[in-house]
Write a protein that binds this ligand. Structure first.
Ligand SMILES: NC(=O)c1ccc[n+]([C@@H]2O[C@H](COP(=O)([O-])OP(=O)(O)OC[C@H]3O[C@@H](n4cnc5c(N)ncnc54)[C@H](O)[C@@H]3O)[C@@H](O)[C@H]2O)c1
Ligand SMILES: O=C(O)C[C@H](O)C(=O)O
Length: 311
């Protein structure tokens, strides 16, 4: 199975590294516009093979899309990341043009691929990729919820002082500092509601920390995070390539689910070899429904800025 990752920067290269290390795909191609950069990252990752024991073939390409031909999955991480103090939404001006042209280029060489969009603002970039390419909705998946849910589990694990892997929890809604919806009511510690182990005040702080999880890391690192984002993309790609049918919160095109239409936003999905195999329309309570509607309104407002790019 072949995976192309466009953008060999922090997230793209980390994703390639995790995919190779875990043997998720037999071949990974990294592509970047920066001369020699993707080749260098691919060579460095490939030189881990003997010491970590993987057999995935990793290669790099400077903007030569012929090398990406016949990929099963294409991940788009190309574009600029935010700096401390910025929102993801501020990246739209530069990233929209990049994502549109990259999506068109990859599909010209891999017409049957499933596209995973990572570049920010991710929900709007996913919507743009879908509208610009006309791909069926099951083949365009925005990655954000997998990462936000892993951060939610991290903050819950800290609050409860238990391992992250014993926590089950999901974040839906937009992938933005104010649009994420950590579903605290449904979060559990080995099946037991987390409310049995922490006060509402503590759980509210966990949710708030989760929502600004990316901004916190950007403040600490001077650019946005990459280890957990790269691993989250690899987790999603694994479910596609190996038809695992995992339930993962992803930004996908809605047609009536959650009362929304004509929008890409994070909801629980079954992810398998056909990409989005099913959208799980869970029963939200009234306040969760209101939060989802508000989140969708914000994402829709951002999508309106795409008019000139899509014209
Ligand atoms: N959805 C998420 O959960 C999530 C998580 C982390 C980062 N991101 C986003 O992913 C993007 C990448 O982040 P990063 O930290 O890897 O940034 P980075 O700057 O390290 O890497 C981006 C790479 O894209 C390349 N690039 C730019 N234009 C290109 C083009 N037209 N074709 C090919 N390559 C091109 C750059 O040369 C660079 O190497 C950002 O927009 C960031 O906000 C999203
Ligand atoms: O925070 C960012 O800007 C990058 C990414 O969306 C993240 O959540 O880490």
């Amino acid at each position: 199975m072949k995976v192309t990752i466009v953008g060999a920067g922090n997230v793209g290269a980390t994703c390639a590294d995790v995919i190779a290390y875990r043997g998720i795909a037999s071949e990974v191609v990294l592509l970047d516009i920066r001369e020699g950069f993707a080749e260098g990252k691919a060579m460095d990752i490939s030189q881990c093979a003997t010491n970590t024991g993987f057999n995935t073939k990793v290669s790099g390409s400077t903007n030569d899309y012929a090398k990406t031909a016949n990929s099963d999955v294409v991940v788009i991480t190309s574009g600029i990341p935010r700096k401390p103090g910025m929102t993801r939404e501020e990246l739209i001006g530069i990233n929209a043009g990049i994502v549109k042209s990259v999506a068109e280029n990859v599909l010209a060489h891999s017409p049957n691929c499933i596209v995973v969009v990572v570049s920010n603002p991710m929900d709007t970039m996913t919507y743009l990729a879908l509208k610009a390419t006309g791909l069926p909705k099951n083949r365009i998946i925005g990655m954000g919820g997998a990462l936000d849910s892993s951060r939610f589990r991290y903050y819950l694990s800290k609050a409860l002082d238990v391992p992250s892997n014993d926590i089950s929890a999901m974040v839906i809604g937009g992938h933005g500092d104010t649009t994420m919806i950590p579903l605290t009511r449904l979060a559990s510690y080995n099946g037991i509601p987390v409310s049995q182990f922490a006060s509402q005040e503590v759980l509210d702080k966990v949710a708030a920390d989760t929502m600004v999880g990316g901004a916190t890391l950007t403040g600490l690192l001077g650019t946005s995070a990459w280890y957990a984002p790269g691993a989250s993309v690899a987790y999603l790609v694994d479910s596609i390539l190996n038809d695992q049918k995992k339930m993962i919160a992803c930004s996908v095109f809605l047609e009536g689910e959650y009362g929304q239409n004509d929008i890409c936003i994070g909801v629980p999905c079954i992810i398998g070899k056909n990409g989005v195999e099913e959208i799980i329309d869970i029963n939200l309570n009234e306040s969760e429904k209101a939060a989802f509607a508000k989140s969708a309104e914000a994402v829709r407002g951002m999508n309106a800025d795409l008019k000139s790019v899509l014209a």
